[in-house]
Ligand binder design. Structure first.
Ligand code: ASP
Length: 439
């Protein structure tokens, strides 16, 4: 078996975390390709090394605090090196970084040093060869990721290399300049490496024991999802569940490689498997609940709307003209409602109303703000009777008024609109009825 294992910033924040990671790698010889992030926060209020690097690079171009900021970063690494009892010196590396920063080498180079240095330390500590991501992860000159080139570089380089540490988050362009993915992009590197070498599994180690059924800020200690499909995860992430970088799914999904989310602080936990498809049933009918506050509804009424061909298209045209994306469009015979993000809509509200009057001549336009949307997601809902019934009776018992209901034809999710102030109560009520009561 071949496993690609990515460790997030909190898993490598200090020497003690490095030691846990070493234990995890050593406990399974299949864990052969290691993708480290930069050191993350050690405690609440701490600063991630990547943020320190961005800040330091900004200073290199201006204020005199540059040297101090660089020393603070060096100290972070030195603490790790000393804590691990290693004898390597980072002096030359930091001298080169200092010169490059001062010469204005570029912000992506600056940010990438966090992963680069952590990778160097990890390679020495684990006695595993280091491969600079700049040599194997390729971007085109316009900054887009070059999958074909990367695949062939990685395959060529790793074919005789059965173990390697490859830092996450960055690669290089054809001209050699360093380019990073967007923030959190080490997840993407792991996925790309897993795809290139056709790994059996891509393990993504973090500080939680997997994807949770719902937000732990709303429900205390929610259950962890055992297995989730890519499609389910997409629905949940879109509605606010934060698990992986969005772009990390695509490379492994193309190859049908499962992702296993694991907890560095609790390696005994099985974590969550993210898979293309599965016949495994979720123990709770639903797989997860996610949601977001801050939506507006624009309710358009016009008698005989039902016989006016092109009405819906014209309504949506108004939103398109203003560059506003819509979330849902529940409709009745003479009503058509559009749900949009409040933040996107508010400043263009009057232009939208004017546009609607011009294009569709409504009888009434009513708007409502401070609405929340909740997505109840689950592949198991498809063939199960009564799911919607349970959701709505739970909400009724919790005194939550439902403002909108939308079930996709895939039966993979049910979207419920409630008022912002009912959001948490509604999520808890749905969680309780499916997970705690298991009715
Ligand atoms: N270190 C980078 C960041 O903080 C990338 C990552 O951790 O995945 O965004």
């Amino acid at each position: 078996m071949k496993k690609v294992v990515k460790f997030g910033g909190s898993s490598l924040a200090d020497a003690a975390q490095f030691q846990k990671v070493a234990g995890i790698i050593k406990s399974d010889p299949d864990r052969r390709y290691i993708i480290p992030s930069a050191p993350g926060k050690r405690f609440d209020g701490d600063t991630k090394v990547t943020d320190m690097l961005y800040d330091c690079y900004r200073s290199a171009k201006g204020s005199g605090l540059f040297e101090e900021k660089l020393i603070a970063i060096r100290d972070r690494y030195q603490l790790i090196v000393d804590g691990l009892g290693l004898s390597i010196s980072l002096k030359e590396e930091f001298e080169e970084i200092r010169k490059n920063f001062a010469a204005g080498i570029g912000v992506d180079y600056a940010a990438s040093r966090g992963e680069y240095l952590n990778g160097k330390i990890m390679a020495v500590y684990m006695d595993i060869p280091f491969i600079d991501a700049a040599d194997v992860i390729r971007f085109t000159q316009d900054g887009t990721f070059d999958q074909a080139q990367t695949d062939s570089l990685l395959r060529e380089r790793l074919k005789d290399c059965d173990r390697a540490v490859i830092p996450g988050f960055y690669g290089s362009m054809e001209n050699g300049a360093i380019k990073t993915f967007s923030r959190g992009g080490s997840d993407i590197t792991g996925s790309i490496v897993a795809r290139a070498i056709r790994a059996d599994v891509y393990e993504n180690w973090t500080d939680v024991s997997g994807v949770m059924v719902t937000d732990p800020r709303i429900v205390e200690n929610p259950e962890v999802i055992d297995t989730v499909t890519y499609r389910e995860l997409r629905e949940l992430s879109y509605m606010g569940a934060t698990v992986l970088h969005e772009d990390a799914i695509f490379p492994v999904r193309q190859e049908g490689i499962p992702i296993n989310i694991r907890n560095t602080n609790r390696p005994q936990d099985r974590g969550t498997f993210i898979v293309e498809s599965t016949c495994k049933k979720s123990p709770f009918v639903i797989t997860g609940i996610a949601g977001k506050k801050g939506f507006c509804s624009i309710n358009i009424e016009k008698s005989m709307m039902n016989s006016e061909i092109g009405f819906g298209r014209r309504v949506l045209q108004v939103f398109e003209d203003q560059g506003i994306s819509f979330e849902h469009t529940p409709s009745g015979i003479d009503t058509f409602t559009v749900y949009v993000h409040q933040s996107e809509f508010e400043e263009k509200e009057q232009q939208v109303i004017a546009g609607l009057h011009r294009l569709v001549h409504p009888d009434v336009v009513e708007m409502e703000s401070d609405l929340a949307l909740i997505a109840v997601v689950g592949r198991g809902m498809k063939s199960t009777r009564g799911t919607a019934g349970r959701i709505f009776s739970a909400l009724a018992h919790a005194n939550v008024n439902v403002r909108m209901i939308d079930q996709g034809s895939s039966e993979l999710n049910i979207i419920i609109g409630v008022e912002n102030r009912d959001f948490e109560t509604a999520v808890r009520a749905i969680y309780n009825i499916f997970v705690l009561t298991k009715l």
